[in-house]
Design a protein around this ligand. Structure first.
Ligand code: PLP
Length: 323
């Protein structure tokens, strides 16, 4: 089964100019049955590092609907590590579907106050975990950092080899780790990054810095030629539609319309819906400068379980996400 599918432009997004657009979608949401999307890739080098350090426990952080926590639980389920997760906020007696899945995968959940949670590995709760267990390997929230980006660079390589002829790739961002990994891949075409967060302007610099660190390491280790990655990065911080996990009326309408044209290409409610909305709007206006675009789907369909079911027009495909 090919993981590259074409996107059908919804009726009201058909281009008004004569520009011929081809938009394809790399179905990252169909990879790795139980842990689809970018989070699986972000975990791979963290797991290698944990093995190298002979860790017995792997711990991480996440909110009650976190895609990272979900992928973490599903990926660690069959590995010989004890899995521990610090959850942002109090644990409600009625666990969210995401946390229920985590418990079913034998992840031990530790609630934390929002203020303590923000301190990450310097938090009180993480020092309690370090006291209780020996040799804990900590994965940052979202699976980020250098090792997370490295896994996404490998992902870029596998996507590139399916089809080398795209003029642009499109990716959604939260922390920017995935974008940095793709940007560090030398054969990546122009990379358009759409942030789901409000006020993320300074993230552009962080993405370039992280990508440059990966590239420099490659130059030293395998003699790869150094190329300027910042020229091919196009960072957009104006498509958050109200902020993280928020959906504007216009975005809600777009999701419904997109689903009618593309019922089997479900978008997630937090990230991919916003980046798809942004590029199809640019296409509609005739200002998208590329003929062949590859939209890289980062997964996250399990996140629909935090939204009213009537707001999800892809209902049957997200049902397959819940286990
Ligand atoms: C986490 C996530 C992102 C953002 O990835 P970053 O590496 O944090 O930028 C994008 N899309 C989906 C579906 C995600 O779950």
């Amino acid at each position: 089964m090919s993981l590259i599918h074409s996107v059908i432009l919804p009726a009201s997004y058909q281009c008004l100019s004569h520009h011929d657009y081809q938009v394809d979608i790399y179905r990252g949401d169909l990879e790795h049955a139980t842990a689809p999307g970018n989070k699986w890739h972000k975990l791979q080098y963290h797991l290698k590092e944990a093995r190298k350090r002979n860790a017995t426990v792997i711990a991480t952080f996440g909110g009650p609907f976190s895609n990272h926590l979900h992928a973490f639980a599903m990926t660690l389920k069959n590995l010989p590590f004890k899995a521990v997760a610090v959850v942002r906020g109090e644990l409600q007696p009625q666990l969210t579907p995401t946390l229920r899945d985590a418990v079913e995968c034998d992840v031990e959940l530790w609630p934390s106050s929002r203020s303590d949670y923000r301190l990450e590995t310097s938090s009180e709760v993480s020092s309690m975990i370090n006291t209780l267990y020996e040799n804990v390997y900590w994965i940052p929230e979202g699976g980020g950092g250098h090792l997370g980006a490295l896994g996404c660079r490998d992902w870029a390589d596998s996507i590139y080899h399916l089809d080398t002829e795209y003029d642009a790739w499109v990716i959604s961002s939260g922390t920017g780790t995935t974008a940095a990994g793709l940007l560090a891949y030398d054969k990546a075409p122009d990379l358009h990054v759409f942030s789901a967060l409000k006020g993320a302007a300074e993230q552009e610099g962080d993405i370039i810095e992280l990508a440059n660190r990966l590239i420099e390491k490659n130059v030293v280790e395998i003699g790869a030629s150094e190329i300027s990655c910042s020229k091919k990065l196009f960072f957009h911080d104006d498509c958050h539609e109200g902020g993280y996990a928020k959906q504007s009326k216009a975005l809600k309408d777009f999701i419904q319309e997109f689903a009618i044209a593309n019922p089997s290409s479900a978008l997630d409610p937090v990230y991919t819906c916003k980046s798809m909305f942004a590029i199809l709007t640019a296409i509609k206006k005739g200002i998208w400068p590329y003929s062949r675009t590859l939209f890289i789907h980062t997964g996250g369909l399990q996140g629909w379980r935090g939204y009213p079911s009537e707001s999800n027009p892809f209902i049957s495909s997200s049902e397959t996400q819940s286990s």
